[in-house]
Each structure stands twice: as structure tokens, then as C-alpha cells.
Write a protein that binds this ligand. Structure first.
Ligand code: GCO
Ligand code: MG
Length: 401
């Protein structure tokens, strides 16, 4: 029986920070998993190094479910993004190892193909309606079938989803303070989608992310105002710590609703799914406890006609994108996958077999997850302390970013 001989945490910043766990076995096989938690990377690195790795040494890498249960129940302290991202890193690495040992891609181990490839959506984001429309049209011309549109609201200087003047959107110190004004936003977004829909026609799927900034009744109103533009989804309209809040939103609009990129456990969405308050669940493999847990979440959601459209921002590493590609191919109720291109240097650090072609994500046929880490390249990009922006309303009160 092979044993886990060694496990190492690699923190690297090829354009942005990524936390990767590399597990090596006595048979000379290794696997990698993503544990990146944007803005809190070192908490996961320490949790893994100081608490998880010592528990792994000597275990059979084949027993993925048992290891998952050990790390979840064995910690006594359950859930939470740091714990679940750490478990995810171990889980992905063990699936990677299992695939390599058996000579099969992970999608094959998960039950084989349930579709040809997974539909992806990518981002258009600009500072004016005209520029946003142009970007959406360019992405459509590049073959994307689904595009998320975000645009700066006139009267707000900087905000989520829009490139900052002279800088990247997030990850800086001192952290950026952006502004927020709900009334302006609510008046503006329907105008944005009217312009985009008129320009690109009926076929393209359009999405929008409200990034947790509305109250339930405001979200109901916005959803209703957007109905005529037939969005694929309105995302994170309301913070979902209070799952029952979505009852109000649901009562007021037929715009499909997506939520859950900050969820990390099946209990975070239990009521949302059971009461059919949402259409799409956004949990990802990295923040949702790995492939093992996300599969269970998908199976639970399938019973209630809820589909998966997993988080795939650039702060989720190319390793998580690999996990998403394998899950998407093998899981019937995966509807779409978010795809944001990573900084160029990160593909040097993480060579991979997954690809996005003509608007669809393919995992490739390599054994395991089909993604690697070039440790020498990783060493060239040291960790950079970074923070997500924060947001204040016009009266100075902190709001959700
Ligand atoms: C999305 C997300 C991201 C998050 C980011 C936080 O829909 O892609 O909202 O943009 O803000 O992943 O780290
Ligand atoms: Mg989002």
C-alpha cells in the first residue's frame, strides 16, 4: 500500500497570490490541490502546514472520502472558509493522485462524460456603457456564448467589477476604498442591459453580479426591471447568510437567481435549495470543500432543479479551474462555469491540459486533474500581501463591496 510521504504548501504570486498543496506518495506519485482564499491566503497556508499536513503523513492516499471526513469531523470546529479551503486543497490533490495511479482523468473516475464540454461565461467590464457594449460584442466575436456585463455607475468613482483607473481591481495595500449608491445603481443597470441586449441580439447569454449589495426588496425590484432583457442570471443580489431573504426576491421576479460563491458547506445553501429560492448555486471546489463535497452539493441540488454555475474568478487558481472542468464534464446539473483569464505568468507556473475553446471548457484527457505546478517558476514570484477593496456608501457607512 502506498502512503502519503510528504505534503508541502507552496505560496506563489505570479500576478496574484495562489496557495497550492503538493502531496507526494511513497510510490513517487504526487498530486496538487488549490487552497487559495483571496486576501487571507496565509491563514490557509498556516492551517495546512501546522495542523493538516501532520495528520496526512502515513495515510493511504486512495481513501479520499475517509480523509475528507477525518479533516472535517476530526477538527471538531466545522465549516468556515479557511477550514474548507484547506480540506479542498487536500481533496483535489488526492483525486489528482488517484487519477494518476489508475491512469484515468478525474472526470472518468466521477462517472464519465455527461456532456461534450461545459459552457463558460466570461467578463465584460468597463467604465462607460459604450465601452461595455463594445467589450461584450468583442467577446461574442471570440466565440463566447455567455458574458457577464459590469459597468461603472455614473456618480460612483470606483466600484466592484470595473477596472480601476491605473490599477487592477483588487489586491492592494493600503486597501482601496470604493463608493456605493444603491439608487443610482438601480436606475443605471436596466439602461446598461437595454444597450447591451439591443447591440448583441437575443442569442447571447447575459449575466450580472450585484455583489451582495442590495436588500431583498431592492433585489426584487432590480430583477423585475431586468426581466425584459432575459438575463441568464442575476448574481449575489442579496447577502445570503440569511437564506430566507431570497423568499422576498423570488416573490417579485422571474429573473433567474444565482448565489453562493462565498459558501463553503452544504448547510450554507440547504434552505435556498430545498425551498427552490435560487436557480444556480455558485459554490466552487476550492471554497466548497473540494471535489468530494461539491459532488454531494450537486447531487442534493439536482433533486430540487437547482443547477451549478461555479465561481471561477481569477483568484481561484488554474488548479481549481481543472477541478471545475472535470466536475462539469461529469455532472449533469452543472449549467455553466465562470471563466476569468488568469495573469499570463500564472500559466507558466501552472501548466495545464484544460482549455476553453469556442466558449466551452474542456478538461483534457491527461490522468488525474491534468494540471501541474512548476516549482522553479513559482519560486520566482514571492507572496505579495494583498487585500480586497472595501466599500462605503455616500454617507460614509461601510457597505458590502
Ligand atoms: C465573481 C466574484 C469575484 C469575487 C472575488 C473575490 O463573481 O467572480 O464576485 O469577482 O469578488 O473572487 O475574491
Ligand atoms: Mg460574484
Amino acid at each position: 500500500m502506498a502512503k502519503i510521504e510528504n505534503a508541502r504548501v507552496i505560496v506563489t504570486s505570479p500576478g496574484r497570490n495562489f496557495v497550492t498543496l503538493k502531496i507526494e506518495t511513497t510510490d513517487g506519485v504526487y498530486g496538487i490541490g488549490d487552497g487559495t482564499l483571496n486576501g487571507r491566503e496565509l491563514a490557509v497556508a498556516a492551517y495546512l502546514r501546522d495542523h493538516v499536513v501532520p495528520m496526512l503523513i502515513g495515510r493511504d492516499p486512495a481513501d479520499i472520502e475517509d480523509t475528507w471526513q477525518l479533516l472535517y469531523k476530526g477538527a471538531y470546529w466545522r465549516r468556515g472558509p479557511v477550514t474548507m479551503a484547506s480540506i479542498a486543497a487536500v481533496d483535489m490533490a488526492l483525486w489528482d493522485i488517484k487519477g494518476k495511479v489508475l491512469g484515468a482523468p478525474v472526470w472518468d473516475l466521477l462517472g464519465g462524460r455527461s456532456r461534450a464540454a461545459t459552457l463558460v461565461y466570461t467578463h465584460a467590464s468597463a467604465r462607460t456603457i459604450e465601452e461595455t457594449v463594445e467589450q461584450v460584442a468583442q467577446l461574442q466575436a471570440r466565440g463566447f456564448k455567455a458574458v457577464r456585463a459590469q459597468c461603472l455607475v455614473p456618480g460612483i468613482d470606483e466600484m466592484y467589477g470595473v477596472p480601476r483607473q491605473g490599477g487592477t481591481e483588487d489586491s492592494s495595500l493600503p486597501f482601496v476604498e470604493t463608493g456605493w449608491d444603491t439608487s443610482r445603481y438601480m436606475r443605471f443597470v436596466p439602461k446598461l442591459f437595454e444597450a447591451v441586449r439591443t447591440a448583441v441580439g437575443e442569442e447571447l447569454h447575459l449575466l450580472h453580479d450585484a455583489h451582495h449589495r442590495l436588500s431583498p426588496i431592492e433585489a426584487g425590484r432590480l430583477g423585475r426591471d431586468l426581466e425584459e432583457f432575459r438575463l441568464f442570471w442575476l448574481e449575489d443580489a442579496v447577502p445570503a447568510e440569511l437564506q430566507a431573504a431570497f423568499r422576498v426576491v423570488r416573490q417579485h421576479t422571474t429573473t433567474p437567481l444565482a448565489v453562493g460563491e462565498v459558501f463553503n458547506n452544504i448547510h450554507d445553501c440547504e434552505q435556498l435549495v430545498r425551498e427552490q429560492l435560487i436557480d444556480y448555486l455558485r459554490m466552487s471546489a476550492v471554497h466548497g470543500g473540494g471535489i468530494t463535497h461539491l459532488r454531494k452539493v450537486a447531487a442534493f441540488a439536482e433533486v430540487y432543479h437547482v443547477k451549478l454555475g461555479c465561481h471561477g474568478a481569477a483568484d481561484l487558481s488554474p488548479v481549481t479551474m481543472a477541478a471545475a472542468a472535470h466536475l462539469g464534464l461529469a455532472t449533469n446539473n452543472v449549467a455553466i462555469q465562470e471563466y476569468a483569464e488568469h495573469p499570463e505568468q500564472s500559466y507558466e507556473v501552472f501548466p495545464h491540459h484544460w482549455s476553453v475553446v469556442d466558449g466551452y471548457l474542456h478538461p483534457g484527457d491527461a490522468p488525474g486533474l491534468g494540471v501541474d505546478i512548476d516549482e522553479r517558476a513559482a519560486e520566482r514570484f514571492g507572496y505579495v500581501r494583498s487585500y480586497l477593496p472595501v466599500s462605503r456608501k455616500t454617507d460614509g457607512a461601510i457597505s458590502s463591496w
